[in-house]
Design a protein around this ligand. Structure first.
Ligand SMILES: [Zn+2]
Length: 213
């Protein structure tokens, strides 16, 4: 019978046990991150537990913002807004952009996603209407070719944002989605990147994306 339960039912059942047994007790903290740190990373399910453990992040240590690919798709979008709120309101003094190898957004083709949407009943007419309305679907849905370049580009976007205080140090890292090993792309303490390059541009980092071992 247990297998007949929906995901929601299973989660609510677990939640009742969690709260009743006060498992939250050792997780209590406040909203100001202890490490004065914000992390922008990918929504990949492999790093849900792996990333905090591999980085030594405990509950209360950091603001963590996640999306597909650890990307900032728009300078005035929700990710940048969250990072600004973290920096301006919650004492965040360092930001870490953490991409990962074997990311689903590497080589991601917006047209492929739109084809999937069509298969679920979204019409060509809808897609054409959106494009005619000036919505840059391809840019908005775009992934990246090289995770190191993408992380560096995102670090640049954060550093160069007109509302981001200069005192905030921005680092760029790539995590291995199995071992949790970190590779530093941008050390914000020593490197000051001012040039905005395209994420598909020439790379100065030596990360071998194909090597996922
Ligand atoms: Zn990813």
């Amino acid at each position: 019978m247990a297998d007949d339960k929906s995901t929601l039912e299973k989660i609510l059942e677990h939640n009742r046990e969690f709260v009743d047994s006060k498992e939250y007790d050792h997780l209590c903290t406040d909203k100001y991150p202890n490490k004065e740190l914000a992390i922008l990373t990918c929504m990949d399910a492999r790093i849900v537990e792996l990333l905090p453990k591999a980085m030594g992040i405990r509950n209360g240590d950091a603001k963590i913002i996640k999306n597909a690919g650890a990307l900032i798709s728009h300078p005035w979008g929700a990710v940048m807004r969250s990072l600004l709120v973290a920096a301006l309101e919650f004492n965040v003094k360092e930001i870490m952009v953490v991409g990962h190898t074997d990311c689903g957004m590497r080589g991601f083709d917006p047209e492929h996603l739109l084809d999937k949407a069509r298969k679920f009943g979204i019409t060509d007419g809808t897609i054409t209407t959106l494009r005619n309305a000036g919505i840059d679907l391809d840019g908005w849905l775009r992934g990246f070719d090289n995770v190191g370049d993408s992380v560096r580009y995102t670090v640049d976007q954060i550093r160069n944002h007109p509302l981001m205080p200069g005192r905030v140090v921005v680092h760029g890292l790539v995590i291995h989605p199995t071992t949790g090993k970190l590779h530093t792309v941008v050390n914000g303490y020593v490197e000051n990147v001012n040039l905005l390059e395209t994420p598909n541009g020439a790379s100065s980092n030596n990360l071998v994306e194909e090597n996922n071992d």
